[in-house]
Each structure stands twice: as C-alpha cells, then as structure tokens.
Design a protein around this ligand. Structure first.
Ligand code: ZN
Length: 52
C-alpha cells in the first residue's frame, strides 16, 4: 500500500512549487512537501492520477 503518490505537473496553490504535491489516498487529501499546505483530493486530480 502506498501512502503517498507524487503528482507531477501540479502546482501548489499556496507556495507555487511544482512537483512537490503528494496525494494521500488514505486521507483523501494532497499535501505540499514544500510548505505543508493541505487540500482535499478533487475529482479533477483523481482523473489526473488515472491518466498518468
Ligand atoms: Zn506549497
């Protein structure tokens, strides 16, 4: 089981860092490794994950 999955090509809305967002599918949220900002996992990002 993977606890985190790096989301390439996504930008943090808080600090603007790219490729620093981790999707936590257990908690259904995304966390920024750069600034620690957490946002809920959205359907758009779920689609992004499947497209990868
Ligand atoms: Zn950030």
């Amino acid at each position: 089981m993977r606890l985190g999955h790096l989301l390439y090509g996504l930008q943090c809305v808080a600090c603007g860092s790219e490729d620093r967002l981790w999707a936590d599918y257990e908690w259904n949220l995304i966390e920024c490794r750069e600034c620690g900002e957490r946002t809920p996992l959205t359907p758009e990002i779920s689609e992004f994950r499947e497209a990868e």
